[in-house]
Design a protein around this ligand. Structure first.
Ligand SMILES: Cc1cc2nc3c(=O)[nH]c(=O)nc-3n(C[C@H](O)[C@H](O)[C@H](O)COP(=O)(O)OP(=O)(O)OC[C@H]3O[C@@H](n4cnc5c(N)ncnc54)[C@H](O)[C@@H]3O)c2cc1C
Length: 820
């Protein structure tokens, strides 16, 4: 049955699309928002970077698995997004349905007492939840009604019995957590591979789903369609109500509009790759009155940090409260019946859903005596972590893991703070297998939410360490060790623990909820304190660890946020782009002094927000398609004075055109300096970087002369931004006048920063003048007044002599002619 009953009411005006709500990301937070808004009759567009995965399409063979990672710059557009940070690794998903595609189906509510208030955390600070269990309970109900979780109906699975027995032996109580899996046809008995009837809202994939066949493949995507994942449930229902689900659509910019609403910019990757596996990209924009950010804790936080210049009023809480929900994976290897010397105990961990059994160890907040509490669950055989298992037990197979470890080390040693290591892990995934008597144990709970997320050189950098969570982690490892002993098995930490690193599949925080804007980015309903209409509804909004598996709490929080939006009258869609906040100033006619000169210049290139290094900014912006250009008319009011004084300063007027800043922006004030001595080696530029070397590392930026540009503009929201640029004119090896005089290294600074002042860099990139534009530039030289010809001649002489000084003078610097 085709799912869509109504056409989405998305309008197009002046080439831009308009809708009521844009949802960024289609995981737990995003899918709930898409459904709630669409069901209420609002025009919704969901932008999801990953691909759709109908039943049967999840990768299985080694080649497919090796391509199943998300890293577009390496032509990988697949399901797993694996990243390595300073002290932790993370695994999240990329696809229509977000984390639900690879999650283990456990839907638990956060414990009532774990919604802590002003709870001190080791090392200072506190954890505070501005919502309570009672606030979320009706929303837990609503989500459960859609995802229909039920405990595993197979209590006799050998792995379930093993964990139950072990829990009993250590005096803990195990239970079967609710799983969002269909085990039985409606009204029928649990039975594998029975047809699951389609709900009345249909299914976006149009494929038959079958009941669970107990194959243990939940974490690598269920090819039977037995999991009640978000694509089969919320997203299908949203599409039925007219939501427009756009996949391979990665959001890159977010600009608030004057008068309310937002413009969302995104890159669309082509549906089909070319012969080299590359997907063509195109840039798009859409405007809406409400935006739900649901790109996951890492995705949403990165998006906000990278758009900080567009969202300058975001408060100090952005990037705070990161935690990995206490995740830790360990292994009970080689279980025995009775004791370590008894016969092998069959566990058969790959039979059944990945998780079927859980136990909970209480917390200080429960009984005042337990430190920070935790949950332990059996982890089936998540095949994508086989490499961890292999290294802990099979030295012969350690080589591939060592290669990945080396790659991680290289990233660290290279000074990079974050990287997707999907490609390395992709190479590493193999044919590993565990013995039938072994059981991975997954622990999680209330670790310390003191992690800090920043951008460094444009990359995500998470400053979280296991040190402040050590008492919690130690107590959880003790429980795991006790369970392992009770199984007569050998306890193994995962190899990363040797360096006290953890792997989290539950990253949380970064844009937390709070009571006020110094505590949170959003309020207890997920709405930004600074930008009404902007909501964070995913794991990023969690102000601390959820404790148990967090997906249900994230979904319930989103459901609550959607109530807030829907109880208000529908907001008017933004009508048109908020025009520039100041009129584009006309190019002033050259003053009629008889001594003025004017020319017009266009430079084009790429610039990325969140970068400080121009070349890196250029590289990243180029992959994202974030173009940046300016057209300036440079006026030198008095050529004689210009030539005579040291700053050689002219006035720049015109406009900047930038995707990430929100379109064509008039220059409110502009400075241009021609052939001033380059800043010396000890100096700092506006961004506080050493000024004496070229950003590309070539020596001698400070050895010659440079042209400088400083432009004051305002982004689409009216926030002031300064573009500063430096063009080197220096003579290093080889006569490359063209390269030298046509490459502009650009830094964006927050606010309007005057000459001689320094500011906070918020973006960087590189612009070039193209040969044709240069030829045109030559035709634009004009001089005013009766002495026009003599002014042009004076200017031309100055230009020529300055170049000659640099390129032909023996003292022109270390690369001068005589040095060759
Ligand atoms: C192996 C594994 C097992 C798990 N098991 C469980 C479990 O049993 N129970 C449980 O509660 N939790 C589990 N989790 C965790 C759970 O999946 C996450 O907590 C949950 O998915 C987070 O929801 P979210 O809405 O914050 O983000 P996500 O579900 O991660 O969704 C974010 C989405 O945004 C997309 N996105 C990111 N950036 C952009 C962008 N710039 N533009 C457009 N789209 C973007 C991503 O592709 C993704 O689809 C598991 C996770 C893993 C990896």
């Amino acid at each position: 049955m085709p799912p869509t009953t109504r056409r989405p009411r998305i309008t197009t005006t002046d080439g831009a699309e308009y809708c009521d709500a844009v949802v960024v990301g289609s995981g737990f937070g995003g899918s709930v928002a898409a459904y709630r808004q669409a069901e209420a009759g609002r025009a919704v567009v969901v932008l999801e970077r990953g691909q759709p995965y109908p039943p049967g399409s999840f990768p299985r063979n080694p080649y497919e698995m090796s391509r199943a990672f998300w890293e577009p710059k390496d032509r990988l557009y697949g399901l797993y997004d694996v990243r390595s940070f300073r002290k932790l690794e993370s695994v999240v998903s990329s696809g229509l349905g977000g984390g639900s595609l690879i999650y283990a189906n456990v839907l638990l509510r956060k414990d009532e007492h774990w919604f802590v208030h002003d709870s001190p955390i080791p090392g200072g600070g506190y954890e505070h939840w501005p919502v309570s269990r009672a606030d979320l309970d009706p929303h837990y109900d609503a989500v459960e009604a859609m995802l229909t979780p039920t405990p595993s109906p197979y209590p006799d699975l050998t792995k379930a019995r093993a964990l139950r027995d072990a829990a009993e032996r250590i005096g803990a109580e195990a239970f079967a957590p609710p799983l969002a899996v269909t085990f039985a046809p409606p009204g029928g008995e649990p039975e594998p591979k029975q047809v699951i009837p389609e709900p009345e809202y249909g299914n976006i994939h149009g494929r038959t789903r079958l009941t669970c066949r107990l194959c243990g493949e939940c974490d690598i995507g269920c090819n039977e369609g037995s999991k009640n994942t978000l694509d089969h449930t919320y997203l299908s229902a949203a599409a039925h109500h007219g939501a427009d689900l756009r996949t391979l659509s990665e959001v890159t910019s977010l600009v608030p509009l004057e008068g309310g609403g937002f413009e969302v910019g995104y890159t669309r990757y082509a549906d089909e790759p070319d012969a080299d596996g590359h997907r063509a990209r195109s840039s798009h924009r859409i405007r809406s009155s409400t935006v739900f950010l649901a790109a996951g804790a890492l995705g949403t936080t990165a998006l906000l940090l990278r758009n900080r210049v567009n969202l300058p009023a975001l408060g100090p809480a952005l990037g705070t409260r990161f935690s990995g929900n206490g995740d830790l994976l360990t292994f009970a290897i080689g279980a025995h019946d009775g004791s370590r010397t008894g016969p092998d105990r069959l566990i058969d961990a790959s039979r059944g859903p990945v998780i079927t059994t859980s136990l909970r160890v209480p917390d200080d907040t429960d009984d005042g005596n337990g430190g920070r509490g935790h949950y332990i669950q059996e982890a089936g055989f998540p095949e994508f972590t086989n490499w961890l298992i292999e290294t802990s037990q099979a030295p012969a197979q350690a080589t591939r893991a060592a290669a990945a470890a080396l790659a991680i080390a290289r990233i660290r040693l290279g000074g990079r703070h974050e990287s997707t290591i999907s490609a390395e892990v992709a190479r590493l995934v193999g044919q590993g297998r565990l013995g039938s008597s072994s059981l991975p144990l997954l622990g999680m709970g209330r670790d310390t939410p003191d992690g800090r997320v920043r951008l460094r050189g444009g990359e995500l950098d998470i400053d979280w360490t296991s040190a402040t969570s050590m008492p919690f982690l130690t107590s959880m490892r003790e429980t795991m060790r006790a369970l392992t002993d009770a199984l007569g098995a050998r306890y193994h930490d995962n190899p990363l623990w040797w360096t006290r690193r953890v792997v989290t599949v539950h990253p949380l925080g970064g844009a937390p909820m709070g009571r006020h804007e110094t505590e949170g980015v959003v309020d207890a309903h997920g709405e930004s304190f600074a930008y009404p209409g902007l909501f964070v509804v995913d794991g990023a909004a969690m102000p601390g660890p959820v404790g148990p598996n967090p997906a249900l709490t994230i979904a319930a929080f989103s459901d609550r946020a959607n109530d807030r939006v829907l109880e208000r009258p529908k907001r008017r869609r933004p009508r048109r782009a908020a025009g520039p906040s100041v009129a584009v100033p006309d190019v002033p006619p050259p003053p009629d002094t008889g001594r003025s000169v004017q020319f017009t210049e266009q430079m084009k290139g790429y610039l990325a927000l969140g970068e400080t290094d121009p070349l890196r900014g250029w590289e990243r912006a180029r992959t994202l398609g974030h173009r940046f250009m300016f057209e300036l008319t440079i006026t030198v009011p008095d050529v004689e004075a210009f030539v005579g004084e040291g700053e050689h300063e002219g006035v720049a007027t015109g406009f900047v055109q930038s995707e990430v800043l929100g379109g064509r922006l008039p220059v409110e004030r502009g400075w241009f300096n021609l052939f001033v001595p380059a800043a010396g080696d000890g100096d700092r530029d506006d961004a506080g970087n050493p000024a004496g070397s070229a950003p590309d590392g070539r020596p001698g930026f400070g050895a010659g002369k440079e042209m400088r540009y400083r432009l004051w503009v305002r982004d689409l929201s009216g926030a002031p931004v300064t573009m500063t640029g430096r063009k080197a004119v220096r003579d290093d090896r080889g006569f490359d006048l063209w390269q030298d005089t046509t490459t502009l290294y650009v830094t964006l600074l927050a606010g309007h920063v005057g000459p001689g002042e320094s500011g906070d860099p918020v973006g960087a990139g590189v612009l070039r003048i193209l040969p044709l534009d240069f030829a045109r530039q030559l035709t634009t030289f004009r001089a005013g007044g009766s002495g026009a010809l003599s002014s042009l001649a004076t200017f031309g002489r100055f230009f020529g002599e300055s170049l000659r000084d640099v390129y032909l003078s023996p003292t022109g610097g270390p690369g001068g002619r005589d040095d060759r």
